[in-house]
Design a protein around this ligand. Sequence first.
Ligand SMILES: [Zn+2]
Length: 152
Amino acid sequence: MGFIDDVVVNAKSAAEIVGKTAGKIVDVSKLKINSAEVNADIKEEFEALGRYVYENARVFHSDDVEMAAKMARIDVLKEQASSIQKELLDKQNKTSCPSCGKMSPVGVSFCSVCGTKLDTKDVAEAAPQEQPKTEEKPAEEKAAEDTNSTEE
Ligand SMILES: [Zn+2]
């Protein structure tokens, strides 16, 4: 009886020790995860705030030079992103749904997700043809021509 009790007690305390150590490890890694999660949430909220200001409160901050510069930078990056995306889609022979963004192979007429009609005209436009460059005349020359024609 005594022996079994001892074993049980030993097993118990061993389990307790392991449990405590594991608990510490779990606590630390839990806290680390919590910290990372909360920080990620903060980052997300900052991003959401930035997006909100960018999209909705732009007018109210139009006199804020730094903010205007940051927004202009976002504008440029957004344009870059969309042109890269377009190029990528062209290379992959895919087109994205204007409504839901789902990618479909070029030539498909309707989005498989939302049923939006896909612009198949883009297929022809996807291969850019070299346009003969028309020389823009400087404004002065144009103005001179204009005055010449009115003199007649
Ligand atoms: Zn769609």
